[in-house]
Design a binder for this molecule. Structure first.
Ligand code: FES
Length: 121
């Protein structure tokens, strides 16, 4: 768990996607029209790399057999049980930061890191 730098923002331009290995897991990251998303890399059907899928209008379609998922929530649209775990992916300066936590979190278009917990009011 924690936050991990997975690259530079310029390495993931709009329309871009790729797979990263973080904290012992593989995660597919996307820049969808300027918004950042991150989901489990492996398709729950037969394990295809979802970073190679087709992402249009918020729907990710697996390249192998066409199963579909909402990129923002991970909801399975082909099989309801086939959900993807989502992760927070955001820009911090020029870097892309992926947050791995116990609870699934919606990824999205955060431009700034979340505020630090505790500390000054
Ligand atoms: S492996 Fe993704 S739909 Fe079959």
């Amino acid at each position: 768990m924690g936050r991990f730098v997975v690259g530079k923002s310029r390495e993931l331009p709009p329309g871009g996607s790729r797979s990263v290995r973080v904290d012992g897991r593989r995660v597919a990251i996307f820049n969808h029209a300027g918004r950042l998303f991150a989901v489990d890399e492996a398709c729950p059907h037969m394990g295809a790399d979802l970073s190679n899928g087709d992402l249009k209008e918020g729907i990710l379609t697996c390249a192998w057999h066409g199963w579909r998922f909402r990129i923002d929530t991970g909801e399975g649209l082909t099989r309801a049980w086939a959900r993807l775990r989502t992760y927070r992916l955001f820009r911090e300066g020029e870097e892309l930061v992926l947050e791995i936590s116990d609870s699934p979190a919606a990824s999205g278009d955060l431009q700034d890191p979340p505020p630090p917990s505790g500390g000054a009011p």
